[in-house]
Design a protein around this ligand. Structure first.
Ligand code: PMP
Length: 436
């Protein structure tokens, strides 16, 4: 009973709920913080696209930069050529990133950036005579994309089970959300240290000389905004440094001002050895991603590449795509000129207050947030995810676009959201929560 025959040919991304597929909702236009559907109805975007579009939909500066780039140079393969924009962009990113993370490899998606980081980690150890270091340590409820490396190190058990063996030698630490400490998360002085010691336990079990890298999202985004308790990331850093394990921060969601700082690494004061980014790098306008690598890590790999032997074969057809570079450069210019990270940071306290205030709603069992990233856990009703999905659907009917993960509602407002629009967002959500 498909309502619209021509839609059946588009195999849409799979989500937990088949109803999306059976009755897709079509977005036809977007501008600022709003979408419009094909019926011309206006919807408030409270997720910045998919954490992609903090600067607002329909930015003309990006459109113009893309058009100019297409006229000048539409494509040149990164396997053979450089393009001016890719060098400029890498330099600008290196200047934004924590010191030392200044070698930037470009990819086309967050999943590709993660794959790249994992391969770099293994290769780095190999060229230093430690080829047995191949294990990657991930974390429960981590999300690192849908490619084989990403789901293997990711912590969504159902995703892993669905596809079989995946990457060998992966182990998963506990996630950073402690359900028995509801409303207390991150308050304890030492809670984070004990959690991070999972990494030490894995080192004790497998041996540090089998482990290449540890990958975490500083704040796990897609699986419900799991803000790390105090001391957690610092402790991971300490353990990785002590044992020669590369620490990878996946900042595909957290990067580019989402936490109030340029990167979560800045917000938490912990510098990883590699940092993946995507989404907001082009304001979501053109697919692009990158992994920033510690200078000496990249240099070790470069130095090992002899003229005869290709030591490290890696790269994508769309690596450093000129049009994506142009879109990213235009986006970074908007971030600077509109002082957007500061604008987001200024909005964050009010946003976090509104999130926390939802605790007075009877069906709300927990709330969390950091910067402009927030989550509201609902008491399940009628089976896992049912209530979350009902909220998503009813909010949409009320003109509000949300994200849900199971029974957790996730917010990631655009940085240009006004106070009034923030009020509208939460007023609408409250109304919806009263009906489910
Ligand atoms: N890593 C993280 C932390 C993500 O949130 C995502 C996507 N939400 C990815 C990787 C995968 O990115 P993509 O969908 O662009 O492949």
């Amino acid at each position: 009973s498909r309502s619209n025959e021509p839609l059946i040919h588009h195999w849409m991304p799979f989500t937990a709920n088949k109803q999306f597929h059976d009755a897709p909702r079509i977005i036809a236009r977007a501008e600022g913080v709003h979408y419009w559907n094909t019926a011309g109805e206006k919807l408030l975007d409270s997720v910045s696209g998919l954490y992609t579009t903090p600067a607002g939909h329909g930015r003309r500066e990006i459109r113009d930069a893309v058009a100019r780039q297409l006229e000048e140079l539409d494509y040149a393969p990164a396997f053979q050529f450089g393009v001016p924009g890719s060098f400029r962009l890498a330099t600008e990113l290196a200047q934004m990133l924590p010191a030392g993370l200044n070698r930037v490899f470009f990819a086309g998606s967050g999943s590709e950036a993660v794959e790249s980081a994992l391969k770099v980690a293994i290769q780095y150890h190999r060229v230093r005579g430690q080829g047995q270091r191949q294990r990657i340590i991930g974390r429960a409820r981590g999300y690192h994309g849908v490619n084989f490396g990403g789901w293997s190190v990711g912590g969504m058990v159902k995703n892993r089970e669905a596809f079989g063996l995946g990457l060998p030698g992966v182990a998963h630490m506990r996630h950073t959300h402690i359900p028995e400490n509801r409303f207390q998360m991150g308050q304890g002085e030492h809670g984070g240290v004990d959690l991070a010691d999972d990494l030490q336990r894995m080192i004790d079990l497998y041996g540090a000389d089998t482990i290449a890298a540890c990958i975490v999202e500083p704040i796990a985004g897609s699986t419900g905004v799991l803000v790390p308790p105090k001391g957690y990331l610092e402790r991971l850093r300490e353990i990785c440094t002590k044992h020669g394990i590369l620490l990878i921060f996946d900042e595909v969601i957290c990067g580019f001002g989402r936490t109030g700082a340029p990167f979560a690494a800045d917000a938490f004061g912990v510098v990883p050895d590699m940092l993946t980014m995507a989404k907001a790098i082009t304001n979501g306008n053109i697919p692009m991603a990158a992994v920033a690598v510690r200078e000496d890590v990249q240099q070790a790999i470069l130095d090992a590449a002899g003229p005869e032997a290709v030591e490290f074969f890696h790269g994508y057809t769309y690596s450093a795509h000129p049009v994506a570079c142009a879109a990213a450069l235009a986006t970074l210019k908007i971030f600077r000129e509109d002082d957007l990270f500061a604008r987001g940071a200024a909005l964050a306290p009010k946003f976090l207050e509104r999130i926390a205030a939802l605790r007075d709603v009877p069906i709300v069992i927990d709330t969390r947030g950091f910067g402009l990233l927030g989550a509201v856990d609902l008491a399940p009703e009628g089976g896992p995810g049912k209530r979350g999905f009902a909220v998503l659907r009813r909010a949409f009917e009320q003109g509000l676009v949300l994200r849900v993960a199971g029974d957790t509602v996730i917010f990631a407002p655009l940085f240009i959201t006004t106070d009034d629009q923030l009020d509208e967002m939460f007023d609408k959500l409250r109304k919806v929560l009263a009906t489910v």
